[in-house]
Design a protein around this ligand. Sequence first.
Ligand code: ARG
Length: 579
Amino acid sequence: MNIQALLSEKVSQAMILAGAPADCEPQVRQSAKAQFGDYQANGIMAVAKKLGQAPRQLADIVIQHLDLNGIASKVEIAGPGFINIFLDRSWLADQAKQALTQPRLSVAAVEPQTIVVDYSAPNVAKEMHVGHVRSAIIGDAAVRTLEFLGHNVIRANHVGDWGTQFGMLIAYLEKQQNEHHEEIVLADLEAFYREAKRTYDEDEAFAERARAYVVKLQGGDEYCRAMWKKLVDITMSQNQLIYDRLNVTLTRKDVMGESLYNDMLPGIVADLRAKGLAVTSEGATVVFLDEFQNKEGEPMGVIIQKKDGGYLYTTTDIACAKYRYETLHADRVLYYIDSRQHQHLQQAWLIVRKAGYVPESVPLEHHAFGMMLGKDGRPFKTRSGGTIKLADLLEEAHDRALTLVREKTPEMSEAELQQLAEVVGIGAVKYADLSKSRTTDYIFDWDNMLAFEGNTAPYMQYAYTRVLSVFRKSGVAIDALDALDAPLTIAEDREAQLATRLLQFEETITQVARDGTPHVMCAYLYDLAGLFSGFYEHCPILSADDEATRQSRLQLAALTAKTLKQGLDTLGIKTVERM
Ligand code: ARG
């Protein structure tokens, strides 16, 4: 049940009957304070102004037309013309009962769209860095959310698998293979790339070979192609270990690297020329964009083909957007890329739109994120200033979580502790990222993310086990409850608050799907967990006064457990039964 959508529809109907235009905005929001009801409609004032009416008077007429019979117990006008809506408790109880007995927490199926999500996108022969991890974690939460709602999601891992550096990498792989055993050659990708570059700079014969290999690779030479593929395969199988450990749903079949678009590039350049969008400038092919200005205040030139014939990152992104629309039939495309690439994307997409490759009706959205910073507020690095290896970071997360859980539950077996540490440690790293608004930089801090209090993974995971423990003590299985004929009734304020929040799952997930903002789900779940604690403390479940109350409250607890689990699942955060 999407309460906000339901009330919006009802209020807007009433507004239209009261004389408002058909496209009026009811602006229904969750109320910030209980005294203003559960929801408030804030759209009256703007409409009254347009119509030249007194807002309170208009509100009065709207209320007369507003049919919330059985849904609201009270509707009142407040302040300059707000409408406060108080939900009816027996309606809440009915809705909660349905959410418990119907699949997917009774979240309505949406009109399915084909949505391409571009995320993670590491580069070949380079270790994945923290930017790719933020993208992987946040992007995967978006993917899970959209899939939960019923969309057809295409995961696109836009791996950096093409470019002039591959001549150098192939030449170096060849050199290493001649000197060493195959397996050890690419164990340390960072070192491999560094050494390849060093050799290229120092050894002229090597550099010449490297340059020849680029040309051969681009010409489809079999040997170079095979060596290139080896580099891609090894990189992606190392990255796969990270995805698996992070519980990120990407697999090998989601790789749609830059190389996929190679064959499209000459045609695109020719087409942009033919359309008069691209011109020759100093030997290169350039698109001048009036919408962007260079330092001299002139239209900015975006190079799409270099003097030497080479193509650029932008050319590939133009082709890529076209492909996603034409070939993948995307209705919507989301890009999880760090905010520093914003201008790059805006330029590529402006060219795409001007050329008519993707119609305006298909949104191309940059879901940007900031940098991951260390506690000192500077880019996250090792103490000696090196880049942090992801594999090491995850290992440390596990170790730190192990110390914590061992302290908390010394009675657990070693095997159980290890398992729990993995769920808590990895969950903590992910949740810390997900719970903050993605657009800002964020500070990576072990102590904060592993705290058992506050909006953290350990707190949320623990909150979930606490709800489950009610069922262990009650002797009733959580799923057996679904079949229970016992009524669900809401008598206490805390029951009403909890039920209302539980029923806000759908509007929360709808918002996350629209904006790609998993932190909204985190904030919702955190709040829900807090409301459950209050309810649990003040509304005894197992020692309730009578059996009917006990049954009813157990059902609220069951819905809480299911909602927490489902919510965490859309974020890619695992749960355990006890901790
Ligand atoms: N590989 C790129 C990088 O490391 C990210 C690619 C993002 N996706 C895209 N369509 N440009 O910066």
